[in-house]
Design a protein around this ligand. Structure first.
Ligand code: SRM
Ligand code: SF4
Length: 552
């Protein structure tokens, strides 16, 4: 048997994810935490980072890098009350850079939290009924769910599963409460955790739930995916899929992006559905690779075991068989911007937040606007997996007041005037905080889009809903491998261009050109769009055309 990865040893020795975090926090000589604790912190929802824009300057001055921490909240299905929004607004202002970053998994991250500010941050969130448990680390992460549960009673019913799965797969250790909130530890014994035991999972694990026909959560990129099957407006159960994941490493052919494979159907029986998800996790726990972390996601386990063996193993552990998968169809993936009325007569407004960055300035005071709306207390907040915000559950009588605030701050105009390409685009964080970034993403994509738009105009494609995404490295956080046009950073200012993914998130794209600079990107797209306009079939999307023309 190959040697276990160092992280495996850290987990086992951690005493229920406690490690020496308390001691690390008390060490005032450094802004960092001890090396092993950087791994354990992830299970508590935090990453140690440094300001990469200032690395060189700090090194020249012989100063320690400017360490700080990124914190990610646990928000199954991406829901916040207005009171929680207000709390988050204040925490962001007092303890982080101030920017609220909506992520591609329907939650928020705060960056730049100094070590001495971590405890107050956690305590404020705890008071607001929020936590960051298991949003990172080798555990189940934030559970995603189709964004707008108010849309139909079925959406509501499905949404409940996001919280139930999140709760079921939450680590049993009380370490988060002890270290950050000050809860007293009772005795020396470490809590039993039947799901995670003392080794947790071989790697991160992601669960998503989609309600067709909308694939807004990009369901097939999840390790475990539930696709709601609806007949006569009733939820009859879920198709269970497994093995999605987008991360890869440049130059390592053993790593690859993969879409989840549908394994079968489970009827609408809560116990059975939760059991099926639970045992899909335990198979990965027991068979996943624990020596090479590059090959340890569920997607590699399912390919190593074979789909049939993985399914059999789930069935054996569940004590029931998965039924044959039911047919389903996705017809859209975009967020539904603007106002939507639901079956109860309540209103929901989806606002465009470019790359999920909620801050003031840059042409619009988004943060103040959303704060004022939260203060009014007339709506809840939901995040979409496309990094946007939905103001939800607005009573008909309150709609006008919300609309007035939206207009006062220009958010309706901001949403309406953004072009189709921009509205459908995603970029990951990348510089200046992501330690793995090779190139810019969220700080650069808006500018690049402004340069692509005239080319689209020239080819009469400006209203085309093309899905374009950019990531600063091949890890795929902005889901670039699952876009019609994907940019993947290779070095500062250089990107691989991937094309041929479909519009609905059911076919990955393929690398078409390597390490292009901006000029080459614009020239290449100009050429591709020209051919597409000339040769496409009626209603053929850019993704489908490029696949047929240049990839097949
Ligand atoms: Fe991610 C690592 C940001 C969604 C695949 N991701 C990271 C880290 C934590 C870098 C690190 O390990 O130190 C990034 C922090 C940057 C920063 O400064 O904030 C990071 N990932 C993000 C977010 C914030 C991107 C965004 O702009 O929204 C997303 C947070 C999601 C959340 O709320 O939980 C985010 N990451 C994703 C997704 C997309 C998704 O899940 O829908 C993926 C592709 C799907 C998948 O998991 O395969 C993704 N992130 C990765 C990977 C590659 C994992 C792999 O299997 O190889 C890494 C690197 C790793 O784990 O070693 C990574
Ligand atoms: Fe960082 Fe790469 Fe993820 Fe972008 S894709 S946030 S650069 S790890």
């Amino acid at each position: 048997m190959s040697e276990q990865s160092p992280v495996e040893k850290i987990k086992i020795a951690s005493k229920g994810l406690r490690g020496t975090l308390k001691e690390s926090l008390q060490d005032n000589y450094t802004g960092a935490v001890r090396e092993d604790d950087t791994q354990l912190m992830k299970f508590h929802g935090m990453y140690q980072q440094d300001d990469r824009d200032r690395r060189e300057e700090r090194s020249m001055k012989k100063l320690e890098w400017l360490y700080s921490f990124m914190l990610r909240l646990r928000l199954p299905g991406g829901f916040l009350t207005p009171e929680q929004w207000i709390a988050m607004h204040h925490v962001a202002g007092e303890h982080s850079t101030g920017t609220i970053k909506i992520t591609t998994r329907q939650t928020v991250q705060l960056h730049g939290i100094l070590k001495s500010h971590i405890k107050p941050t956690m305590q404020s969130f705890n008071l607001a009924g929020l936590d960051s448990i298991a949003t990172c680390g080798d555990v189940n992460r934030n559970v995603c769910c189709t964004s707008n549960p108010g849309e139909s009673p079925v959406h509501d019913e499905v949404f409940q599963f996001a919280s139930k799965i999140s709760e079921m797969a939450k680590p049993k250790t009380r370490a988060w409460y002890e270290i950050w909130i000050g809860e007293e530890k009772i005795g020396e014994k470490v809590e039993e955790d039947p799901l995670y035991k003392d080794r947790y999972l071989p790697r991160k694990l992601k669960v998503g739930i989609a309600v067709p026909p909308n694939n807004d959560v990009d369901i097939f990129i999840n390790d475990i995916a539930l696709i709601a099957i609806i007949e006569n407006n009733k939820l009859i159960g879920f198709n269970l899929a497994a093995g999605g994941g987008l991360g890869a490493t440049h130059g390592n052919p053993n790593t690859y992006a993969r879409l989840a494979t549908v394994l079968g159907f489970v009827e609408n029986d809560e116990e059975k559905i939760l059991k099926a998800v639970y045992e899909t996790i335990t198979v990965q726990r027991d068979y996943g690779n624990r020596s090479d972390r590059k090959l340890s996601r569920l997607k590699y386990t399912i390919d190593k075991l074979g789909v049939d063996k993985y399914r059999e193993e789930i069935e054996k552990r569940c004590g029931f068989k998965l039924e044959p998968a039911k047919p389903f169809e996705f017809t859209e993936r975009q967020d539904r911007y603007g106002w939507v009325e639901d079956h109860k007569g309540n209103w929901h407004y989806t606002a465009f937040i470019e790359n999920g960055r909620v801050l003031d300035g840059e042409g619009i005071d988004l943060k103040s606007c959303l704060y004022k709306i939260a203060e009014a207390g007339k709506c809840n907040f939901r995040f979409t997996a496309n990094q946007n915000v939905i103001l939800t559950d607005i009573k008909d009588k309150d709609k006008a007041a919300i609309e007035t605030l939206l207009n006062e701050y220009g958010l309706i105009e901001h949403t309406d005037k953004a072009g189709a390409l921009r509205k459908n685009a995603i970029a990951c964080v990348a510089f200046n905080t992501c330690p793995l970034a090779l190139a810019e993403a969220q700080r650069y994509l808006p500018t690049l889009i402004s340069k692509i738009e005239p080319i689209l105009e020239k080819h009469s494609m400006i209203n085309d809903d093309i899905i374009l995404r950019m990531t600063g490295c091949p890890n795929g956080c902005g889901r670039s491998p699952n876009a019609e046009i994907g940019f993947v950073g290779t070095a500062y200012g250089k990107y691989n261009l991937h094309i041929g993914g479909d519009r609905l998130g059911q076919r990955l794209n393929t690398k078409y050109k390597e390490s292009l600079n901006e000029e080459q990107i614009l020239d290449t797209l100009d050429g591709l769009f020209g051919v597409y306009q000339k040769e496409k079939k009626e209603n053929e999307t850019f993704g489908d055309f490029s696949y047929r023309k240049w990839i097949l």
